[in-house]
Every structure is written in structure tokens, then in C-alpha cells.
Design a protein around this ligand. Sequence first.
Ligand code: FES
Length: 133
Amino acid sequence: ASSTEVDVSAIEPGQAIKAVFRKQPLFVRRLTEREIEEANAVDASTLRDPATLAEMTKEGHTDMLVTMGVCTHLGCVPLGAGEGEIKGEFGGYFCPCHGSHYDTAARIRKGPAPLNLEVPEYAFTSDTTITVG
Ligand code: FES
């Protein structure tokens, strides 16, 4: 299995980039303080696929959200990484295929997708680099 290195140093708060991991889109998003607050204000136990922001990210890096860019409904690529203000009703990602809305922690909040965006195996290999896979 091959791993992918991503330089995250140029991602400003509020921005997300797309990379490729095992031929599939990978989203890396740096959350703003407000997006972090929004994610933490939700009672995770009420969610379709319960997870806290801390569980979706790495300790010490809760502002860095790394997920696959693959909708868990039927596999379309959600919008929200590099599409300006198109982030859906919960400020994270929006899948236009059948209308799934993900929040600022990439958790499914509305629409047909059953699960949150998948968090791949990854680690910070420096403060500015992640290695995925
Ligand atoms: Fe995303 Fe159906 S594939 S909502």
C-alpha cells in the first residue's frame, strides 16, 4: 500500500484543498475558530453517525480536518473544498448528487448519506506535513 504526503502549510483557516489518495479525492481543511465552535456545539450523540470533532481529527490538530472526498451515499465528490461558499446548510461539505449536507467536522447532518466522510489513516509527520495511508 502506498502512502501520500500532503503539505498543509499553505492552507489558511477557512480553506480546504483537494489531494489524491489511492486514486480517490482527499480533502484537507483548516477550520476557523468559528467552525470549531460550531462543531463542538453539537451533541454528538444526536447525530446519525455519532462522532465528536476530536474523534474526527488528531490530538493537538483539531483545526485540521482530513477526510476522503467521497460521499458515503453513492460516492460522488462533495463540494466545499475549493468551491468558495458552496458548503451546504451545515457549513462543511455538500454533495449535489442527491443533497447530502456535512457539517464543519465532516459529519452527515442531512440527506441520504448514512455515514460521515471517511477519515483515512494518517499522521502528522511534521507540523506542516501529513502522511496519509
Ligand atoms: Fe452524495 Fe448521493 S452520492 S448524496
